[in-house]
Design a protein around this ligand. Structure first.
Ligand SMILES: Cc1cc2nc3c(=O)[nH]c(=O)nc-3n(C[C@H](O)[C@H](O)[C@H](O)COP(=O)(O)O)c2cc1C
Length: 330
């Protein structure tokens, strides 16, 4: 597992990446994952520029290991965000939700490693042309915003592997080591997990949301708002209102009005489980409380040479056959 293109690109021990997530992945989560030998990502999408600066500075104090910032490219304050990233000397940026052409060259000229998130082969090619260092291919199972094509991870990864030779990170529906192995078998060289990390202690999500995630069962999440930007949500009152509006043929404008502002903050950060937007992936129904709500940092022991060794154990909690030394083969 060590020394593949992803670990080398980021300078990390394990090709396990904690996704950048609005309202959930601040400096505490990102630094805990980085300290554990994976790559932690600060999600800039819900942060005002100066808040992002604060998170970057705190993350640097909390870890000496590499970490990244995720920037959805449709962000309204994008210029300011990118300036802060450069001023604060962030070394790795994951861009998403937009055209990779706009920022990749500028960031790379400053020596920043750039990774772009895609959900189809067309954007894999565009990312390659833009000069990104790696791509994240995110399938239909994923939490948060989602591709219109609805291609599942199982189909998407080999498809992208064929379309591009770039280092490839799989995302969507990966919550433990068995799924990680499957992703590697399909051609991925790293995994990005979002849902898996939302209910951890270090996540900044509201406690109500964390409890809700753990209690979800099969079928509790569904893709919503396909006419605006498709997003996978937990079914709640807000979800049902949108669904009813879509069924009666509501226009895009009506849907926008119904969505209003700050729905995601209301649900995921303020804990309003009825009226808030609750973004989470299908894998939430497989997550088990005992493995989740533990301080990540407490779980990560160090071996005699000071390397953290328990990140694989965290995601392979029950897999005797997949102990860290076995992971060396991947
Ligand atoms: C609560 C939540 C918020 C998310 N926010 C973002 C975001 O701000 N930017 C982004 O690129 N992806 C975002 N995502 C998608 C993740 O980065 C990641 O690709 C996805 O969660 C992977 O699928 P999984 O949820 O099945 O692990 C979000 C996902 C979740 C669950």
């Amino acid at each position: 597992m060590k020394n593949n293109r992803i670990t080398q690109l980021f300078g990390i021990e394990y090709p396990i990446i904690q996704a950048g997530m609005i309202w959930c992945s601040g400096w505490e989560l990102a630094s805990a994952v980085s300290n554990a030998g994976g790559l932690g990502i600060i999600g800039a999408g819900s942060m005002y520029p100066e808040i992002l600066r604060e998170h970057i500075r705190k993350c640097k104090l909390a870890t000496k290991k590499p970490f990244a910032v995720n920037v959805p490219l449709l962000y309204p304050n994008i210029e300011e965000i990118m300036t802060i990233i450069q001023e604060e000397d962030v070394k790795i940026v994951f861009t998403s939700a937009g055209n990779p052409k706009t920022w990749t060259g500028i960031l790379k000229a400053k020596g920043i490693v750039v990774v772009h998130v895609i959900s189809n082969s067309k954007f894999a090619k565009k990312s390659e042309e833009a000069g990104v260092d790696a791509i994240v291919a995110e399938g239909f199972e994923a939490g948060g915003h989602n591709g219109r094509e609805e291609t599942t991870t199982l189909v998407l990864i080999p498809m992208i592997r064929k379309a591009s030779d770039l280092p490839l990170i799989a995302a969507g529906g990966i919550g433990d080591g068995t799924a990680m192995l499957a992703a590697f078998a399909l051609g991925a060289e790293g995994v990005q997990m979002g849902t898996r990390f939302v209910a951890t202690v270090e996540s900044s999500a509201h406690e109500n949301f964390k409890q809700k995630i753990i209690s979800t069962v099969e079928g509790d999440t569904k893709l919503s708002l396909k006419q605006l930007t498709p997003v996978r949500l937990i079914r709640n009152k807000f979800f049902e209102e949108i669904e009813a509006a879509e069924l009666r043929g509501a226009s895009v404008e009506e849907l926008k009005t119904l969505l209003g502002r700050a729905r995601a903050k209301k649900g995921m950060f303020e804990g309003d489980l009825e009226q808030g937007e609750l973004e989470i992936g299908q894998i939430s129904s497989l997550l088990v409380k005992s493995n989740l709500q533990v301080m990540l940092s407490e779980r990560f022991g160090r071996n005699s040479s000071g390397q953290s060794q328990n990140l694989p154990l965290l995601i392979f909690p029950d897999s005797g056959i997949l102990l860290p030394e076995k992971l060396m083969y991947f």
